[in-house]
Design a protein around this ligand. Structure first.
Ligand code: SF4
Length: 224
């Protein structure tokens, strides 16, 4: 179990404009707003990731069972894509966040508010990437493969309620995170998920399940 706050939050303006205007030049006004929004947003980013390894002790047609050292087993009702964990012997349960300050701060006009929100999403992606790097390093050391990162609420068919099972493995309050009984995690720019590793996976990097995500249609960050 670990809590880390040492994730670099350096984001270049070109990174943001490329994400906002994929494959086309960004309008000059938007470039200026990106620069302004980045200057005000970066001091407000307060990244944290908390993670813990669990054993994957069973995977059925619609569910998986995970168990952290010293804890009782937890049953995850993953639904039709439970086989995404079939190759796993272990999984890294993670909660990542950029803290509350960005969402709480006053911003300028609506365009700047939108850009700052996008910067927050990108920053959260960087914390998630740091958690993925931890997973990939552990898999490499065991000569295992790595599965995709999956999350209750976004993976199609996996209900939000299982965030309670995953969050229950983690010292969320020590990391400044709070999980409501309904499964909503605060600060709002936070995410909970898990990544399997094991000899049953072929890849060496954390995969994407955007094609199975219920937010796919409206998501500007989707990868496939
Ligand atoms: S479609 Fe968007 S929200 Fe869904 S997994 Fe991909 S990046 Fe995440």
């Amino acid at each position: 179990m670990a809590i880390r706050r040492d994730v670099s939050m350096l984001i270049a303006p070109a990174e943001v404009t490329a994400a906002l205007c994929p494959g086309r030049p960004c309008p000059p006004r938007l470039v200026r707003v990106v620069e302004i929004a980045l200057r005000s947003a970066q001091p407000l980013l307060d990244p944290v990731m908390v993670y813990r390894w669990v054993a994957v002790t069973a995977v059925g047609g619609q569910h998986a069972v995970v168990q952290a050292d010293g804890d009782p087993p937890g049953r995850l009702e993953i639904g039709p894509h439970a086989r995404l964990l079939a190759g796993a012997h272990q999984a890294l349960v993670t909660a990542v966040s950029i803290g509350p300050q960005l969402d709480e701060a006053d911003c300028g006009d609506r365009l700047e508010a939108y850009v700052r929100d996008c910067i927050g999403v990108m920053a959260l992606g960087k914390v998630a990437a740091a958690a993925a790097a931890v997973t990939e390093a552990e898999a490499r050391s065991r000569q295992w493969g790595v599965g995709p990162r999956i999350s209750p609420g976004s993976l199609a068919g996996w209900r939000m309620a299982d965030i309670q099972v995953l969050g229950g493995c983690l010292p969320l309050s020590q990391a400044g995170l709070d999980l409501s009984p309904e499964g909503v995690i605060y600060p709002l720019k936070s995410a909970v998920g898990l990544i399997g590793i094991g000899p049953g996976y072929g890849g060496s990097t954390v995969g994407s399940v955007c094609h199975l995500c219920r937010y796919r249609e409206g998501c500007w960050r989707r990868r496939d």
